[in-house]
Write a protein that binds this ligand. Structure first.
Ligand code: COI
Length: 353
């Protein structure tokens, strides 16, 4: 397949790097590619960023047949740009495709196209501390049809957004509320796929949490509403005594790439680390007994995000006096040092541009 490149005549002004926020600003170009059953994936092109015109009957608008990814490009101190674990994101994209009956993309070709897009937009990769270029590959069902079936045609696009911290709190501890009334996903569903509906399903509980002053929702399992699953924008870790615990991947939890990086580093550092079921009662009991030392989330957008307060029903617990714990700090430093090229890429996680 030949990648066509059409450079925009007019380039946008660059934003203030010290005040980026998350997901508001988009670069000059995007990648597009189409799918139909005769040609397969075809017409890959990098072209000026712009709207996608759609028939109002387009299937993704009605039934949410969509998958997406989130990864980042970082600017090193020497000015070079590098991606963090892009192959892992693209493999997960194809796993999500399978769950949503979307034809998979060619991993090698897609990686090359993604790298070319980031190369063209290299000047958009911010250099200020804590900033990066967020990469959002997305596939949508494009048949104009109202019957419920898998679409025959699709559009794959990649857009880029210079970003700062995902949470307004930055690396300061966030407040999280456990949802008792709502569930995000159940086993056998699409909770382990990165697809729009999971996020739509999280909105109502998220709004309730915000009204009570909490940043995010901590989801429990959809069957017993007993075991901790994930936060929705990140996976979750607990430090209880000397054990680092994260819920095991059970089919309804998103297999996070940053989660995987934390587990890998924990094993490399010979930590006592478990992927296992952990009930919310165990967490609350561990707090009671003084054994709960830290809670933190992991995600591409959030990186490592310490949790300073957790609300479950009427109980509110404070973790670590509102300060960043040493374990969260250690993972944050190790991962961001590799991402920004301050430390060597000992694990093959970096893809240079
Ligand atoms: C990410 O961490 O990349 C995510 O996709 C979380 C959220 C922004 C949807």
């Amino acid at each position: 397949m030949q990648l066509t490149i059409n450079i925009a005549d007019q380039l946008k002004p660059r934003p203030d790097e010290t005040n980026l926020g998350f997901g508001n600003i988009f670069t000059d170009h995007m990648f597009n590619m189409d799918y139909d059953p005769e040609k397969g994936w075809h017409n890959p092109r990098i072209e000026p960023y712009g709207p996608i015109e759609m028939d109002p009957a387009t299937m993704v608008l009605h039934y949410g047949q969509e998958v997406f990814e989130g990864l980042k490009a970082f600017r090193r101190q020497d000015g070079a740009v590098q991606l963090f674990r892009p192959k892992d994101n693209l493999k997960r994209l194809n796993r999500s495709c399978k769950k949503l009956c979307i034809p998979p993309v060619d991993l090698d070709f897609t990686l090359q196209a993604l790298k070319k897009l980031v190369e063209i937009e290299k000047e958009w990769v911010p250099g200020a501390a804590g900033t990066s270029l967020y990469v959002r590959p997305t596939i949508i069902a494009t048949d104009p049809f109202l019957g419920v079936r898998a679409s025959y045609t699709y559009r794959f696009f990649i857009i880029l957004s210079p970003v700062g911290a995902y949470y307004a709190e930055g690396f300061n501890p966030v407040k999280i509320m456990v949802s008792r009334d709502h569930v995000r996903a159940v086993r056998g569903g699409v909770g382990d796929a990165k697809t729009a509906g999971n996020y739509a399903a999280s909105l109502l509980a998220g709004e309730k949490a915000h009204r009570e002053g909490y940043t995010q929702v901590l989801w429990l399992d959809g069957v017993e509403r007993k075991y901790v699953e994930e936060v929705g924008s990140m996976n979750i870790f607990f430090v209880i005594g000397d054990e680092l615990i994260t819920p095991e991947l059970n089919g309804s939890i998103l297999p996070g790439i940053t989660r995987d990086a934390v587990l890998f580093l924990a094993a490399a550092w010979n930590m006592n680390v478990s992927e296992r079921k952990i009930s919310i009662d165990e967490v609350m009991d561990a707090h009671q007994s003084g054994a709960l030392r830290e809670i933190f989330g992991s995600g591409t957008a959030a990186v490592i995000s310490p949790v300073g307060e957790l609300k479950y029903g009427d109980q509110v617990i404070r973790i670590g006096d509102g300060r960043v714990g040493p374990v969260a700090q250690k993972f944050f430093d190790a991962i961001t040092n590799i991402q920004y090229g301050k430390d060597d890429d000992a694990y093959g996680w970096i893809e240079p541009i």
